[in-house]
Design a protein around this ligand. Structure first.
Ligand SMILES: [Zn+2]
Length: 277
């Protein structure tokens, strides 16, 4: 396909998508009523490719449609650090606020396609993203980024690299299999070694954690807090509210079956439904 043909193909996709979005009554931007407790959709992606490679792949064309939806709906993509600062500021009783229609983007597991596909598309738009990485995979697993690629990303102020433990164990399952003291030592090492490795390699502070498989519990939350983390993120397909425990903040898992229309519906539902607290 020539450059011109490609451009007009993309234009046609955009026009079709805009039309599809404009037809949905739920997509008429509602006037934003200022609220102290907005619901904020935190999206989590994994892998990007032109075709489906596994259940965690989002096809690139679909991802581009998602970005178009975020733009069309007037979403303000904020960094995860900004959400955490707002959440913790509220806890301290500070008068803090978020922009209307705030959305957060994250991506887990250090897939190379985050470097090759996702980062350039987000950079074009000036949108921040947080990557949750488990260091044992970097420059090691066949699908993963190298340390050089991760360092290049981490040097971009729009991009933050945070902890996903050291080797991505299922901590909730491991707790049942191991003697309590051994488990506590193991979990502490997963939490500290990941943070220390990322800080050493990337020269940036690591204060946020994503639970492997989205699975944490209260004991692990205490350990994460003791290890110096400020917040930890799980899964849950609902939007985050100020009342969520800072160590169990839900994220929407985004897979390829979430098309533009479904994403738009989820976002509009979050923006329409203000939290009670
Ligand atoms: Zn993961």
């Amino acid at each position: 396909m020539t450059t011109h043909a490609l451009a007009s193909h993309v234009d046609r996709r955009r026009r079709a998508l805009t039309l599809a979005l404009a037809c949905g009554p739920a997509l008429v931007p509602a006037a934003f009523a200022a609220t102290a407790a907005p619901r904020v959709p935190i999206l989590v992606y994994h892998r990007f490719a032109s075709r489906m490679l596994d259940s965690m792949t989002v096809r690139i064309a679909n991802f581009e449609d998602h970005l178009h939806v975020l733009h069309q709906l007037g979403c303000q993509v904020i960094s995860l650090a900004a959400w955490v600062a707002w959440r913790l500021g509220r806890e301290r009783g500070e008068r803090v606020s978020l922009p209307p229609r705030a959305v957060v983007l994250t991506a887990d597991d250090g897939h190379r396609s985050q470097f090759e596909v996702m980062a350039p598309l987000l950079r074009e738009r000036g949108w921040p993203v947080t990557l949750f990485v488990y260091p044992s995979a970097i420059s090691n697993a066949s699908y993963a980024m190298t340390w050089a690629q991760l360092q290049e990303l981490a040097s971009d102020p729009l991009l933050s690299v945070q902890s996903h433990t050291y080797w991505h164990p299922n901590l909730v399952r491991d707790r049942q299999r191991m003697p309590p003291t051994a488990f506590q030592r193991f979990a502490a090492s997963q939490l500290a070694r990941s943070r220390d490795t990322l800080e050493l390699r990337l020269g940036r502070p690591v204060t946020l954690l994503a639970w492997p498989f989205g699975l944490g519990d209260e004991g692990l939350a205490r350990q994460a807090q003791q290890a110096g983390y400020e917040a930890a993120f799980s899964l849950g397909n609902r939007s985050a509210v100020a009342g969520d425990s800072p160590f169990d903040v839900p994220r929407h898992m985004i897979v390829d079956s979430v098309d533009a229309r479904q994403l738009a519906a989820r976002l509009e539902a979050a923006f329409a439904d203000k939290a009670a607290s």
